[in-house]
Write a protein that binds this ligand. Structure first.
Ligand code: ZN
Length: 87
């Protein structure tokens, strides 16, 4: 689980971008922290290009395959292509 110290740097969102499990090697919809829904492994994505592929890490037998779920989206004030957070 992602951790933080200063809550004033985080805000809640109702965006459905946080609800969609994403397939390995699929397009990263925004920069942020993604967690594997199978084992909880977290990664940081710049939001440019693809999420890690299905070989990123191994699961023990019986653990569902890798899918990525957005847990923290970054918000940037830079011009494109960096400004495409989930808001
Ligand atoms: Zn995993």
């Amino acid at each position: 689980m992602a951790i933080f110290k200063y809550s004033n740097y985080l805000a809640t969102s109702k965006s459905t971008s946080f609800d969609q499990p994403l397939q390995p090697s699929s397009f990263a919809p925004c920069g942020g922290i993604y967690r594997c829904t199978g084992c909880g492994t977290e990664i940081a994505s710049e939001g440019i290009g693809l999420l890690p592929d299905r070989q990123h890490h191994k699961h023990a037998p019986g653990v569902p395959p890798i899918q990525w779920q957005l847990t923290v989206a970054t918000v940037a004030t830079h011009p494109q292509p960096y400004l495409h957070g989930a808001g």
